[in-house]
Design a protein around this ligand. Structure first.
Ligand code: IDP
Ligand code: MG
Length: 152
């Protein structure tokens, strides 16, 4: 079986996760999977950034509430790197609706409502590239040797 291409993906701990004090819990799960944090910051999302980030959902009934939520308090934005990082992070995140997300996933274990579902995770290489560029400048990335990286 192929080992998987090394990818980068954007994770946002959404305002509900920040306000509930779950940044560490959420990032801990992703770090223990051996994903590498290559950029990270606590940041407020402007309305313009929110509308750009969620452009694909414009016009849907939940869109206004989604923009209101993501701009309601800071998010913790992280770029994670690793083999098949995009699909691996989506699996650990769980289904969009926390009420049906599998136990063992972040949403399945820790959330209940749909809009405040703790975490955003890029869903494809194209989305990841677009979203990473929306939240981070090239100068915000760091390179380092992670202990145990020979097993990741
Ligand atoms: P995803 O975050 O699992 O990729 P998307 O379909 O891309 O899910 O939707 C983006 C976000 O919009 C969700 O994470 C959730 O916060 C919100 N959302 C999606 N569908 C609904 C809905 O039916 N009701 C309320 N909020 C929703
Ligand atoms: Mg999505």
């Amino acid at each position: 079986m192929a080992e998987g291409t090394v990818e980068r993906t954007l994770v946002l701990v959404k305002p509900d996760g920040v306000r509930r004090g779950l940044i560490g819990e959420i990032l801990g799960r992703l770090e223990r999977k051996q994903l590498r944090v290559v950029a990270a910051k606590l940041t407020s999302v402007s309305s313009v950034t929110a509308e750009t980030h969620y452009a694909e959902h414009k016009g849907k009934p939940f869109y206004p509430g989604l923009v209101t939520h993501i701009t309601s308090a800071p998010v913790f934005a992280v770029v994670l790197e690793g083999r098949s990082a995009i699909s691996v992070v989506r699996l650990i995140t769980g289904a969009t609706n926390p009420q049906t997300a599998a136990p063992g996933t972040i949403r399945g274990d820790l959330a209940l409502a749909v809009t405040p579902n703790l975490i955003h995770a890029s869903d494809s290489p194209a989305s990841a590239a677009r979203e990473i560029a929306l939240f981070f400048q090239p100068s915000e990335f760091s390179e380092y040797d992670r202990v145990g990286s020979e097993y990741a």
